[in-house]
Design a protein around this ligand. Structure first.
Ligand code: PLP
Length: 285
């Protein structure tokens, strides 16, 4: 495997960053993950737009133009000879003697890229079986709209899920409403057949997959609503699923070991998975 670190392609096992990289010490860095279909970047525009927004919220400059970055991302994919996979890009404020405030002298942003292969056959088998989720109290900071590498609450939630045989953890806010998953957005198809996901005015990440899926729902003429739901509503729903660059559209069959609907993988969720993948493939660049 080949990684990209600050201007150079190096062997993955030898790729290193400085010990005083602010991403490492302070989580002063943001990231994006693209799904790769046929070696091309899915939902490229949405991920670039969110990257630029995350960086500007933190006042970190774009390390290079979007055009130049696209060339580097493509080169990373090419050098790894990956067709089906994921591309991870991390951009941080850079290296400076440790201190909380921004360095006085502007630093060059740190840029790291890794590419990994995904077994799509295994992913389809997983989707066809559906996954379980658990719930956990929302304990993250107030800016989950910024895709920072400060993921400790997400990591702890995911570990709790894993220990309970679940694939994802849904955060639940003080009102008892699901915010989102540790690495995905949360959806249900309610008793009226309305596809529902939380609005993005709340403290959640504006999922790029979520956004594309809303376009799919619109084009298919399916009823949808951006409105939050409780774990009980998810259990009472016909179907539930999660979305993200890693999970794409993944049916959820249980919440805290309580079956969702009839406990079987939902036909609408599977159809939406197929439609999302078709669209992502057709628009990948
Ligand atoms: N919510 C969180 C907390 C995430 O980390 C992610 C990313 O994987 C998502 C939602 C889904 O976002 P996207 O569809 O852009 O991958």
């Amino acid at each position: 495997r080949i990684a990209y670190v600050n201007g150079q392609f190096v062997r993955h096992g030898e790729a290193v960053v400085h010990i005083e990289d602010r991403g490492y010490q302070l989580a002063d860095a943001v990231y994006e993950v693209w799904a790769l279909f046929g070696g091309k970047l899915a939902d490229a525009e949405g991920h670039f737009a969110r990257l630029e927004r995350s960086l500007s919220e933190l006042r970190i400059p774009m390390p290079m133009s979007r055009q130049a970055l696209t060339i580097v991302l493509r080169e990373a994919v090419r050098r790894n000879r990956v067709s089906e996979g994921l591309l991870y890009l991390q951009v941080g404020r850079g290296v400076a003697p440790r201190g909380h405030a921004f360095p006085d002298q502007p630093t060059a942003p740190s840029v790291v890229i890794t590419v990994s292969a995904v077994d799509r056959t295994a992913a389809e088998a997983k989707a066809a079986k559906g996954v379980k989720v658990i719930t956990t109290p929302e304990d993250r900071w107030g800016r989950c709209d910024i895709k920072t590498v400060g993921l400790l609450p997400n990591a702890l939630a995911k570990q709790a899920a894993k220990e309970q045989g679940a694939a994802e953890a849904w955060f639940v806010d003080e009102l008892g409403l699901v915010t989102e998953g540790a690495s995905s957005n949360a959806w249900i198809i309610d008793g009226d057949g309305v596809v529902r996901t939380r609005d993005t005015n709340a403290n959640i990440l504006r999922g790029v997959t979520r956004h594309t899926l809303l376009d799919v729902l619109h084009d298919e003429g399916l009823k949808f609503e951006e409105r939050p739901f409780t774990p009980d509503e998810a259990v009472a729903a016909k179907e539930a699923f999660i979305t993200g660059a890693g999970s794409l559209v993944l049916p959820v069959i249980a919440v805290n070991n309580r079956p969702v609907g009839d406990g079987k993988v939902g036909p609408v969720a599977m159809k939406l998975r197929r439609l999302y993948i078709e669209r992502a493939k057709a628009t990948a660049v």
